[in-house]
Write a protein that binds this ligand. Structure first.
Ligand code: B12
Length: 212
């Protein structure tokens, strides 16, 4: 078992090539993709966030680390596939209006796709009307929203209200997540479910739809 220090160092430096090589090497030496994700990639992004909070790094460095992490998740992606399965349900997902963070959303999408859900990804900075328009078009089982900023969390409520006004709120399940989001907040905005990470997002989505 490695300690992921070289991988972590490469992400902090924003060295994409080294980070990808370290991810591959961690897989080759027998680490599970889940461990690499949790103890290597996500733990490092938390450290990056702390360094940013302390003023030790700035947005450009945070962005470089984010790019390195995104490339590493592509290496892990095939290891999360559960094999050929019929779709467990359709998930329309996006990062809410005003918010450009997409690593967490992409991880949730990747793990859900791996578990057999069909994903329609609206990207980042998605206004409520876009969620509504696409939801009418594709008729998803679940609408998933991600927010990483305390200032963009209210857009989750706005989106739920927009779904309600459009008359489709009761036909879909709403799942929300992102670092500042909590179970309590999910209850406050009447979301159907909240998950703190991509693994539990899959479990909760299956539970919501009653599939195994
Ligand atoms: C990388 C990063 C950036 C990158 C984003 C790049 C990208 N493509 O995503 C860049 C540089 C662009 C950025 C910009 C900014 N950022 Co920023 N960023 C981060 C950082 C370091 C990591 C976020 C991350 O990717 N984490 C790793 C992923 C895997 O975790 P996650 O997103 O939480 O997702 C998991 C769960 O939350 C959950 N989940 C997530 N989404 C969903 C959705 C559903 C449906 C479900 C069920 C679950 C779920 O599952 C995921 C996987 O396990 C965080 C620090 C932190 N610790 O969060 C700051 C952080 C979020 N940023 C912050 C800030 C302040 C900013 C800026 C305002 C900085 C500035 N002055 O410009 C801008 C805002 C830009 C904008 N309008 O969005 C603050 C937010 C403070 C707050 N509470 O509001 C943080 C917390 C840093 C800090 N400590 O101050 N940032």
């Amino acid at each position: 078992m490695s300690d992921f220090k070289p991988l972590s160092g490469a992400i902090i430096k924003g060295d994409i090539n080294a980070a990808v090589a370290e991810t591959q090497s961690a897989l080759d030496t027998g680490n599970s993709a889940q461990d690499i994700l949790d103890k290597g990639l996500i733990a490092t992004m938390n450290e990056v966030g702390e360094r940013f909070s302390k003023g030790l790094i700035f947005v450009p460095q945070m962005l470089r680390s984010a790019r390195a992490m995104q490339e590493c998740t592509k290496v892990l992606n095939p290891h999360f596939q559960e094999g050929d399965v019929t779709s467990k349900g359709k998930v329309l997902i996006g990062t809410v209006k005003g918010d450009l963070h997409d690593i967490g959303k992409n991880l949730v999408s990747m793990m859900m796709e791996g578990a057999g859900f069909t994903i329609i990804d609206l990207g980042v900075d998605v206004p409520p009307e876009k969620f509504v328009e696409k939801a009418k078009e594709v008729e998803p089982d679940i609408v998933g929203m991600s927010a990483l900023l305390s200032t963009t969390m209210p857009a989750m409520l706005e989106t739920i209200e927009a779904l309600r006004k459009a008359g489709i709120r009761d036909k879909i399940k709403v799942m929300i997540g992102g670092a500042p989001v909590t179970e309590k907040y999910a209850q406050k905005v009447s979301a159907d479910s909240y998950a703190s990470d991509a693994g539990s997002a899959v479990i909760k989505a299956k539970k919501l739809l009653g599939v195994s």
